[in-house]
Design a protein around this ligand. Structure first.
Ligand SMILES: Cc1cc2nc3c(=O)[nH]c(=O)nc-3n(C[C@H](O)[C@H](O)[C@H](O)COP(=O)(O)OP(=O)(O)OC[C@H]3O[C@@H](n4cnc5c(N)ncnc54)[C@H](O)[C@@H]3O)c2cc1C
Length: 475
């Protein structure tokens, strides 16, 4: 790789690489079949289901609140507080469902979209909970002749489950604040994750007050039974997605570390073996949350993409050393057991909308793209951005795939501000390299900042949003 001048674009169409072999001489996977396309029907069905559920959640309020009953400000505030409360309760359930890791949801909507929904809805949920609280306090306060703060104290002391309800609102607001990107980036990931998990506590703490004070849910009947059934349903799905399904997966496949191979000065590949790997439903571009059951590592799980398509014999992840955990992975011993949760993610060839693709990888973002190259229809173009030649990994395999699957591969090496990369990563530069860009699917993977910037450039180059597929290495 010494012949790559920093700051220059290396000419594409490299078709001369050797077939990849592992360090122990075993052959690398042969290109496999292109997976069937998944359309947008599943996603549309989920969106429809969301709106139907929301309507069902507020219908009881509508029926129990005739227009004539809204007399003074207090009554209006109370009625508004109640409907907002029902919406908040429903959205809370949807939020938990989105993160339940149910594979069916992943298949219908795709992990990336669900994470985006989870983030967008999260903000709305906090606003709804705070509005619900404020409106209820104003409403009851005006009926009782107290100001909202005194009313809050009265409710906490006199009404069962209200202390828990206030606590849950406080926890939810804190979770929201910790999820603001700047705050989140300042926290150690594991701490942030545990704080985020306290949302389950919110589900538990907020449950009771809906029945002790919620007018629509207070009386036994169809509405109350339906609401409780929805909660039980979500908890069962959560237990299945988060506990039972991973248990079944790990008992069935029994993954273990087979080999750790250096790919570069700060990049390693970890090969895993297991039972029945030919039956594993896995697409190139998907990822797992891996927990290596070895000393010093077992207490953390980290997400990594598979960097080769399914081959029935082994899985491979390729890891860049960026911090304490990834540094430890270099010393993993063969035979170590691995607990994996997945496969997850919809950044796969099944989501394509066009026969040809442009793939842009930033740094270690090449890993899922490398696996997808085996499954996308031939004729794709890959732009591989790396800061230095040493950051280019899996190059021999990529060159081999270029030959086997008729790919154009462009290695674009240098800093963001160097003239070569700046030219290529501009709307004009992309159009010069890929004249039919607008008709292609565009796949972007890498660190969040890279993906965001590349997405803007691709949009400016005229590619429609629905043709752009994103995988930022950020949860
Ligand atoms: C879906 C997905 C797929 C990924 N695939 C790959 C891959 O194929 N190859 C690769 O090298 N990297 C991949 N990453 C990134 C990888 O997970 C992080 O680089 C790694 O967890 C860093 O851990 P660290 O403790 O060594 O570094 P740190 O310095 O502690 O962390 C660096 C950054 O990584 C993120 N991070 C840290 N711990 C976790 C965690 N437990 N879960 C999620 N994010 C975390 C945080 O944003 C943090 O700021 C992927 C990330 C995601 C979300």
């Amino acid at each position: 790789m010494r012949d790559y001048p920093t700051g220059a674009v290396v000419a594409g169409r490299r078709r001369t690489g050797d077939p990849p072999t592992r360090s122990d001489g075993r052959p690398a996977p042969a290109p496999v079949n292109v997976p069937a396309r998944r359309g947008a029907t599943g996603r549309r069905a989920l969106v429809l289901l969301f709106w139907v559920g929301l309507v069902l959640a507020v219908v009881p309020w509508w029926l129990a609140t005739p227009a004539g009953s809204l007399g003074d400000t207090g009554a209006i505030a109370l009625a508004a507080g109640r409907i907002v409360g029902l919406v908040a309760g429903y959205v809370m359930l949807v939020q938990i469902l989105l993160m339940s890791r149910l594979r069916l949801l992943d298949r219908l909507a795709g992990e990336e979209l669900m994470t985006r929904w989870h983030r967008d809805i999260g903000g709305a949920l906090i606003v709804a909970v705070l509005a619900h609280m404020a409106l209820i306090l104003v409403g009851y306060g005006s009926l009782d002749g107290y100001n909202p703060l005194v009313e809050a104290r009265v409710l906490i002391v006199d009404v069962p489950d209200m202390l828990e309800a206030f606590l849950s609102a406080g926890i939810l607001t804190a979770v929201g604040l910790f999820s603001v990107r700047a705050v989140r980036n300042a926290l150690p990931y594991e701490l942030w994750r545990w704080l985020h998990m306290s949302t389950y506590l919110v589900l538990y703490l907020s449950f009771g007050h809906q029945f002790s004070l919620g007018q629509q849910l207070f009386k036994p009947g169809l509405v109350r039974t339906g609401w409780i059934a929805a909660y039980i349903g979500v908890v069962v799905i959560l237990a299945y997605g988060r506990v039972i399904a991973p248990l079944i997966f790990n008992l069935r496949y029994g993954l273990r570390v087979a080999d750790v191979v250096a790919e570069g000065p700060d990049t390693i590949s970890i090969y895993l073996t297991g039972r029945h790997l030919d039956r594993l439903k896995l697409l190139g571009g998907q990822w797992f949350r891996f927990r290596f059951l070895a000393r010093g590592l077992w207490w953390q799980s980290h997400p990594f993409s598979v960097s080769a398509a399914k081959n029935g014999r082994w899985l491979r992840l390729t890891v860049k050393v960026v911090g304490a955990y990834t540094r430890e992975l270099r010393d993993l011993d063969s035979g170590a057991r691995v607990w994996a949760i997945g496969p997850r993610g919809s950044f796969t060839a099944a989501q394509r909308t066009a026969p040809r693709s442009l793939l842009i990888a930033g740094g270690i973002g090449i890993t899922p793209i490398r696996a997808m190259l085996e499954e996308l229809p031939p004729g794709a173009t890959l732009i591989y951005r790396a800061s230095t030649p040493a950051d280019v990994v899996l190059q021999r395999e990529i060159d081999w795939l270029a030959r086997a699957r008729d790919l154009d591969v462009w290695y674009v090496i240098g800093a963001r501000t160097d003239p070569g990369p700046r030219q290529v990563m501009s709307p004009n530069g992309l159009r010069q390299l890929v004249p039919d860009l607008e008709r292609r699917d565009v796949w972007l993977c890498g660190p969040a900042g890279f993906v965001e910037a590349a997405q803007k450039t691709v949009r400016r180059a005229g590619v429609r949003r629905k043709k752009i597929h994103l995988a930022a290495f950020e949860l």
